[in-house]
Write a protein that binds this ligand. Sequence first.
Ligand SMILES: Cc1cc2nc3c(=O)[nH]c(=O)nc-3n(C[C@H](O)[C@H](O)[C@H](O)COP(=O)(O)O)c2cc1C
Length: 209
Amino acid sequence: MIADYVAAAENAKKAGFDGVQLHGANGYLIDQFLRDGSNLRDDDYGGSVENRIRLLREVTEALIGVWGKDRVAVRLSPNGETQGVDDSAPEKLFPAARALDALGIAFLELREPGPDGTFGKTDVPKQSPAIRQAFKGPLILNSDYDVALAEAALANGTADAIAFGRPFIGNPDLVERIRVGADWAADNPQTWYAPGAEGYTDYPALQPA
Ligand SMILES: Cc1cc2nc3c(=O)[nH]c(=O)nc-3n(C[C@H](O)[C@H](O)[C@H](O)COP(=O)(O)O)c2cc1C
């Protein structure tokens, strides 16, 4: 399976990408190994925190073998249940981001919905403060940020950058809108996973003044 990740990383290189981000979030494979609600193994990849992060570490190392550490990032979703995957003690598990720090990856991105989240919500506290201590490289936070929240997170040192998801769907020129302080268009959830161009390429950019 690690060889599959390597093949994917090599393909990304051949396709001309600038780097790769390992998806360790949202209940997908790496996340299933990380959390004790889904990882029921009794071999070297299950049980202790050290064992549960082994696959994350080994895959990340393999990706670094293809791309170099400056071109490999990781995404985690440390707080709360996602797609049926949960952990009984995230505060013990996720400081294991120290292992990613030791590998020197380009950045770590966290999807952290809050109790009022609009794309998943949870009362489980955000783990980013503890992860910030464990992982000294660039930390990117995501979920329900607007410009004001993003600037506050940068100013108080909670994050080095903020990732926006849904705002990019409705605003093909989101970066320009942030730059000039323009309003954001709302996206239409009805077309999120729909086939065809509608809801993907038909949101208008700002008209020049
Ligand atoms: C239509 C749609 C598809 C998404 N697909 C993925 C995905 O494949 N992998 C992933 O990690 N997150 C996915 N997300 C979650 C986003 O990456 C992001 O974490 C989420 O939208 C919260 O950020 P936001 O509040 O800035 O939108 C998706 C979100 C939407 C709306």
